[in-house]
Design a binder for this molecule. Structure first.
Ligand code: PLP
Length: 389
């Protein structure tokens, strides 16, 4: 039985065209981009072309792109870079309660280890940050706002343009973790008004271990690593030429088909949502449907453990997850759903369906065939359900 992969928020398969684009840079054109001869020039040109392509895809200039090892490193360079640059331990950051751990844990570390102050603004039941809450949290010492673009568990898109307006008015640097939105919805850094933006290749059919940080000209960051002067001194180390080429090609492909693929995935997601809510009693939708990236659906199945649904669906040939792939070993209910006011028991019963490029309407139909039975069987074994039935 082949597995139907429905966990595209965790990672995506590398597109064969991306693999093709990367291959020459492993063994053929393997030169160090910094070396002086022709073989190296090929690598250098490939990195330059990739930088141009990545910047074009997000409406930036090539000199604004810093290649990194992925979303986590981009988030760290942005946040620590701004805070260390501030050279003032009273410096304050405004972020939200639903950030990915790459942001959340970085900020907690900076607070606990160095004494920087952080305000995590709450979100509403729809999973959205209220821009007024961000505004109210600002202080004269605030040097950074870090609010994600789309949430990895619910897919809910945050009102970033409004937050950007506030950040601009108050001259505060704005960072966004756009790992879940780049390649899925139209994105232009100037329209969005952000100063720093993190992205990652493996969420958009590119390779793992490569990403980028957009840095608006004029934004000053202290580097975290020291070595050669690569990536404008912000991320020293010999460039991952194949990875960088792969990121650029993945982004080119995603951008080319953005509108059609978005519509297709939004329709499939809606079908899954309507089918599941219509055929299974006591299911809740987590997150605002109106503000969702295409492909992400988060449902709370009452009276069952989300983990059990995931394992049962795995046996039926479907790969789905309970939320962030980084926290699947944790027994704690999701911090994102908890921040939205979802009851701990419902948060524990939540499952994320991540539809993507490989998802066909047949896959959704097959899932809808098995899902009600899976939930019913699990509920039949649940003492809380038997008592309430
Ligand atoms: N930020 C968000 C919103 C994510 O979903 C992820 C991946 O799960 C990351 C950051 C981390 O990205 P990477 O795996 O490239 O380090």
């Amino acid at each position: 039985m082949s597995t139907v992969y429905m966990d595209h928020n965790a990672t995506t398969p590398v597109d064969t065209r991306v693999v093709e684009a990367m291959l020459p840079y492993f063994s053929e054109s393997f030169g160090n981009p910094s070396s002086p001869y022709e073989l190296a020039a090929r690598s250098r040109h490939a990195v330059d072309a990739a930088r141009e392509q990545v910047s074009t895809a997000i409406g930036a200039g090539p000199e604004d792109i810093v290649f990194t090892s992925g979303g986590t490193e981009s988030d760290n360079i942005a946040i620590k870079g701004v805070l260390f640059r501030a050279r003032d331990e009273r410096a304050h950051v405004v972020s939200s309660a639903i950030e990915h751990h790459a942001v959340l844990h970085t900020l907690q570390y900076m607070r606990d280890r160095f004494g920087f102050d952080v305000t995590f603004v709450p979100v509403g039941g729809d999973g959205r940050v209220d821009p007024r809450a961000v505004e109210d949290a600002l202080r004269p010492e605030t040097v950074l706002i870090s609010i994600m673009h789309a949430n990895n568990e619910t897919g809910v898109i945050q009102p970033l343009s409004e937050i950007a307006r506030i950040a601009r008015e108050r001259s505060v640097t704005l960072h966004t973790d756009a790992v879940q939105s780049v390649g899925k919805i139209p994105l232009d850094v100037s329209e969005l008004g952000v100063d720093l933006l993190s992205l990652s290749a493996h969420k958009l059919y590119g390779p793992k271990g490569v990403g980028a940080l957009y840095v608006r000209p004029g934004v000053k960051l202290d580097p975290l690593s020291h070595g050669g002067g690569h990536e404008a001194g912000l991320r020293p180390g010999t460039e991952n030429t194949p990875g960088i080429v792969g990121l650029a090609e993945a982004l080119r492909i995603a951008t080319e088909h953005l509108a059609e693929e978005g519509e297709r995935l939004a329709a499939l997601t809606k079908r899954l949502q309507v089918g599941a809510l219509g055929s299974i009693p006591e299911v809740l939708l987590n997150g605002a449907e109106k503000h969702r990236i295409p492909g992400t659906l988060n449902l709370a199945f009452k009276h069952v453990e989300g983990e059990s649904v995931v394992l049962s669906l795995d046996m039926e040939g479907f790969a789905v997850s309970t939320g962030s792939a980084c926290t699947t070993d944790s027994d704690e209910p999701s911090h994102v759903l908890s921040a939205m006011g979802v009851a701990p028991r419902d948060a524990q019963g939540s499952v994320r369906f991540g539809l993507g490029r490989s998802t066909k309407s047949d896959d959704v139909d097959r899932l809808l065939d098995v899902l009600p039975g899976v939930v019913e069987r699990l509920r039949a074994m649940s003492p809380t359900y038997r008592r309430s039935a």
